[in-house]
Design a binder for this molecule. Structure first.
Ligand code: SAH
Length: 239
C-alpha cells in the first residue's frame, strides 16, 4: 500500500530520476506542504512504478528531486472502460475524478442526442484525473479519448461486454451485480446524459448490451457514475 501521509506527485521524468518539478508542483511542495531540501515525497509517472524521492531543492519556479527507493512496481491500466455523456463543467470534473478513483482505465466521452455538452477540455480533465490518481495511490493514470458518437462507441467495443445504466428500467427487479458478472470482462460501462437516452439510442445499444437499474430514483449522471462503478467493483473486485 501507499503511504497516504506523504505527498504523492505525478511526474513526467523517467524514474528514479533526476526529477524536475514545474511551478505548480514546486508551489504545492514548498508553500502548501511546507517541504524543503532533504524531505521525502512519493512520485510516480505511470511507467516506472512508484518511488520515494528525496527533494534536492525547491526554488521560486522549479524544484528537483531524485528517486531513492522503489516502493511499488508499475501496474497495467485497469481494463475497465467508463463511457459517459459529457456534462457541464463542475459535474464533469467530479465525474472524471470519481471514475479514476473507482478504477476506470479508459474514459470515453460519448455524444448523445439529449447531451448538452459536445466538447471537452482534455487538459482540464487530465489534470483532474492526475490529481485523483495522486490522492488515491493509483499507479497507472487512466487515458481519456476524444468524444465520439454513440454508434462509433458501440462499433469500437470489438467484443468487449457493455453494461448500460438505463433510467428506462429504474427500479425494476433484478440483481445488478449478477448482471454485470454475467456480462463478463473486459467490460465497458455507459452512463447517459442528464436528458436521458433517446428511444433511437436505446434501439442501438439494446441488442448488444446488458442493462442495469441503479434503483427506483432517477439519479443525476454524476451520482449514477459512482453507483454503477461501485457495482462493477462488487462484481469484479480489483486485484
Ligand atoms: N432525464 C432522464 C434521466 C437521466 S439521468 C429522465 O428523466 O429519465 C442520467 C443518466 O444516469 C441516465 O441516462 C442513466 O445512465 C443514469 N441513471 C440515473 N438514474 C438511473 C437509475 N435509477 N437506473 C439506471 N440508470 C440511471
Amino acid at each position: 500500500m501507499s503511504d497516504f501521509n506523504a505527498p504523492r506527485l505525478f511526474v513526467d521524468d523517467d524514474l528514479p530520476g533526476p526529477i524536475s518539478f514545474d511551478q505548480r508542483q514546486t508551489n504545492y511542495l514548498k508553500n502548501v506542504m511546507r517541504l524543503k531540501a532533504g524531505d521525502t515525497i512519493i512520485v510516480f509517472n505511470g511507467r516506472d512504478g512508484e518511488y520515494r524521492a528525496l527533494i534536492g531543492g525547491l526554488g521560486k519556479k522549479a524544484g528537483e528531486a531524485v528517486g531513492e527507493e522503489k516502493l511499488r512496481p508499475q501496474t497495467k491500466r485497469p481494463s475497465l472502460w467508463y463511457a459517459f455523456a459529457p456534462l457541464k463543467q463542475a459535474r464533469l470534473d467530479y465525474m472524471v475524478e470519481k471514475a479514476a478513483e473507482m478504477g476506470a482505465g479508459r474514459l470515453v466521452p460519448v455524444l448523445t442526442q439529449h447531451g448538452q455538452v459536445r466538447r471537452i477540455n482534455r487538459d482540464r480533465l487530465t489534470a483532474n484525473i492526475v490529481e485523483a490518481c495522486e490522492q488515491c495511490g493509483i499507479l497507472s493514470v487512466p487515458e481519456i479519448v476524444d468524444p465520439m458518437p454513440l454508434a462509433t462507441f458501440l462499433g469500437s467495443l470489438d467484443g468487449r461486454a457493455l453494461v448500460v445504466a438505463d433510467e428506462a428500467i429504474a427500479g425494476e427487479e433484478g440483481d445488478p451485480i449478477a448482471t454485470i458478472r454475467a456480462a463478463g470482462q473486459p467490460l465497458a460501462v455507459l452512463v447517459g446524459p442528464e436528458g436521458g437516452f433517446s428511444e433511437e439510442e436505446r434501439a442501438l445499444f439494446l441488442p448488444r448490451s446488458h442493462r442495469v437499474s441503479l434503483g427506483p430514483r432517477v439519479l443525476r449522471a454524476d451520482t449514477a457514475a459512482v453507483a454503477l462503478l461501485a457495482l462493477v467493483e462488487a462484481a469484479f473486485p480489483s486485484a
